[in-house]
Design a protein around this ligand. Structure first.
Ligand SMILES: Nc1nc2c(ncn2[C@@H]2O[C@H](COP(=O)(O)OP(=O)(O)OP(=O)(O)O)[C@@H](O)[C@H]2O)c(=O)[nH]1
Length: 171
């Protein structure tokens, strides 16, 4: 793939899919879910108190946190799951053919893995980070739009933040 083409689909910092590419994948997966009568789920994941990391250690260190988070998430997810960086410190995961219980399990696994391994050692400082996650889910016959699915995951993420962070909420 040419570099211009890569930039159109992938986030330059983490190498994950970018927002546009993620939406496209969600649309395709939603159509497929309708045809094949399967369900799908979306996770929204956001770094907790990330502004504090930037303020205390600088933007470059914040970038290293995002890169480490991307690597850890990729190695925790299943091969058909699609993870994207959709905003500054916000990530989204598309889970094709996944029901609600399984989606919550995947989100809990991600949260626990990051709580356990989300540590960077920089200039003698140990920097730990955690994430909050929101889960939304729909069956082939009750999915309206991708936006609705993502908004529901966002609402659940908001609840996870309000509940104290480093946790998973489902819509
Ligand atoms: N290093 C770095 N920081 C970024 C990037 N994009 C956004 N940010 C920072 O991410 C931070 C987001 O802060 P907030 O939205 O206040 O959220 P938070 O501190 O993570 O708090 P909660 O989400 O409520 O737990 C801001 O400081 C942004 O400057 C980026 O690409 N690199």
């Amino acid at each position: 793939m040419k570099s211009l083409e890569r930039r159109a689909y992938f986030d330059h910092l983490t190498g994950l899919a970018n927002r546009g590419h993620f939406f496209e994948q969600c649309e395709n997966t939603l159509s497929k879910a309708r045809t094949e009568k399967t369900s799908l789920a979306v996770l929204m994941m956001d770094v907790d108190h990330f502004k504090g990391v930037n303020d205390a250690y600088g933007h470059k260190t914040g970038d290293l946190v995002l890169q480490k988070l991307a690597e850890m998430s990729l190695s925790t997810l299943r091969k058909d799951d699609i993870i994207a960086r959709i905003g500054g410190e916000e990530f989204a995961v598309l889970l094709p053919a996944t029901d609600q219980d399984e989606a919550i399990r995947v989100a809990q696994r991600l949260r626990a893995r990051i709580e356990e391994g989300g540590v960077l050692s920089i200039d003698g400082h140990k920097i730990s980070f955690t994430v909050s996650l929101g889960v939304s889910y729909c069956k082939h016959d009750d999915c309206s739009t991708v936006n609705e699915l993502l908004n529901a995951a966002d609402d659940a993420l908001y609840q996870a933040k309000a509940a104290g962070r480093n946790c998973v909420f489902s819509q």
